[in-house]
Design a protein around this ligand. Structure first.
Ligand code: IMP
Length: 429
């Protein structure tokens, strides 16, 4: 029997923006295939290579390592126009893309009317989600409603025509209800998207088959999640979530492999907490400190440029993430952002309005707005960590902070990221 390689899932443990792109980029060096399993152009992974910065929305971060095969799984909602813009921009920047990118035949196509419906839904909603406006919710609605268009359908012109006509009609009716125009613009965008169909079919593949074969041949595979655990459709702060399962189990369904093929799950945990969009953030900071951390950490959305709300480290959510994802290891990111702070707070539990204390993440999102975090205070290390490359060289107070994160999250810390550069990473042996 052929030797089996390793399959690792990389997943966000907070509200997204944990720095997964950087961790995937580092781990991709030893991988043969990197695959995305959910989400779409709502994601924004920033990766720095030497003096160059790359922001990737749909193509896995592994593309920045020569020769790695990068796949978009069936769990993805693919925005074709945006995808080829990103693809062509990478070509222009000298990245060799030939034969390196594959798109699942079963992936859903996100069409221009999904973007339009997303924005209209947000404009009209009483309870706004604060979406990225990239059409994610409506595209997954069409998938679950069994009226979506998949990559494989592109080979059948009649099917494309029928599904697109129905989708366009829904968007037209909605536009009419709202007394808005925009149909001409929609038609133009649809035409442009469908013109890319053949090019997309040229990249189409069966991702599950490809990954399974690769694993059996002893290759290594990384499955890259987008967003984070608290934005998972089932396990996050519903309804203030994205419309897909972001957590590790979705890596199997979202690429077409069995769950038994996954060997390890790396949870990416930022050394503090951030959130963009609506919904509760239990450990949110007071305005002055919020602004300070945002500036120190450059906490602005990679996709929308929106400022992220900042909070102290919240172990209730990371413990929940360890359970839901079955974490085998943790990568702590942006430790260096905290270098100048004199004192840090870590939330260990939540105090509920009736005075009781829980260390579990509540299912009732409404209740999250009325809880009070129970904090533990820790001294800051007030020394630069961005040049540190060995655990033993970290200030002892920084190590105590990391030890506490590990203890409270209930998963071992395996990597510590101390900057945006590829080599600014400390492996924990
Ligand atoms: P959607 O995924 O665009 O529908 O947005 C739903 C929620 O997820 C909103 O609160 C967004 O701000 C949030 N969200 C979506 N993608 C990301 C991401 O990549 N990072 C952080 N938040 C995200």
């Amino acid at each position: 029997m052929a030797q089996r390689g390793g399959c690792t899932v990389v997943v966000g443990c907070q509200w997204g923006d944990e720095g997964k792109g950087k961790i995937v980029d580092v781990l991709a060096e030893r991988a043969d295939i990197v695959a995305r399993y959910q989400g779409g152009a709502n994601a924004g992974h920033t990766v720095k290579v030497k003096d160059e910065e790359f922001v990737l929305h749909q193509i896995p971060s592994g593309i920045l390592h020569e020769g790695k095969r990068c796949l978009l799984g069936n769990g993805v909602v693919l925005d074709t126009q945006q995808f080829f813009q990103e693809y062509d921009a990478l070509v222009r920047r000298g990245i060799d893309m030939e034969g390196r990118v594959g798109v699942s035949l079963r992936a859903q196509l996100l069409l221009p009317y999904h973007r339009m419906l997303d924005q209209m839904a947000e404009d009209c909603a009483t309870e706004k989600i604060g979406t990225t406006g990239r059409g994610i919710g409506p595209a997954y609605e069409d998938k679950a409603g069994r009226r979506g268009l998949r990559v494989a359908d592109l080979a059948n012109a009649e099917r494309v025509e029928m599904r697109v006509r129905e989708g366009r009609d829904r968007a037209r009716r909605r536009l009419e209800q709202l007394g808005q125009n925009g149909l001409a613009e929609l038609d133009r965008a649809l035409e442009e998207t469908l013109a890319l169909g053949e090019r997309l079919l040229g990249l189409a593949t069966d991702t599950g088959y490809e990954i399974t074969r690769a694993l059996r041949a002893g290759q290594r595979v990384l499955l890259e999640g987008a967003q984070g655990t608290a934005l998972d459709l089932d396990h996050g702060t519903y309804p203030f979530v994205t419309s897909s399962n972001t957590t590790a189990a979705a890596a199997a369904t979202g690429t077409g492999i069995g769950p038994t093929s996954i060997d390890s799950v790396v949870g990416v945990v930022k050394a503090y907490t951030t959130r963009v969009g609506e919904g509760p953030l239990p450990t949110a900071l007071e305005p002055e400190m919020d602004e300070r951390l945002r500036q120190l950490g450059g906490e602005f959305g990679a996709t929308t440029g929106r400022p992220r709300r900042c909070g102290w480290f919240d172990s209730v959510i990371t413990r929940h993430a360890a359970q839901v994802n079955g974490l085998t290891g943790v990568a702590v990111t942006k430790l260096d952002v905290l270098d100048t702070l004199a004192e840090l707070q870590v939330a260990t539990a939540y105090r509920l309005p009736d005075g009781s204390v829980t260390d579990r993440f509540p299912a009732d999102t409404g209740a999250l707005s009325s809880i009070e975090p129970v904090y533990e205070s820790m001294p800051g290390w007030q020394a630069p960590t961005d040049g540190v490359r060995r655990l033993s060289d970290l200030p002892s107070k920084a190590r105590s902070y990391l030890d506490r994160i590990e203890e409270l999250t209930e998963a071992p810390v395996r990597w510590i990221s101390v900057g945006t550069e590829r080599d600014q990473i400390i492996p924990v042996e």
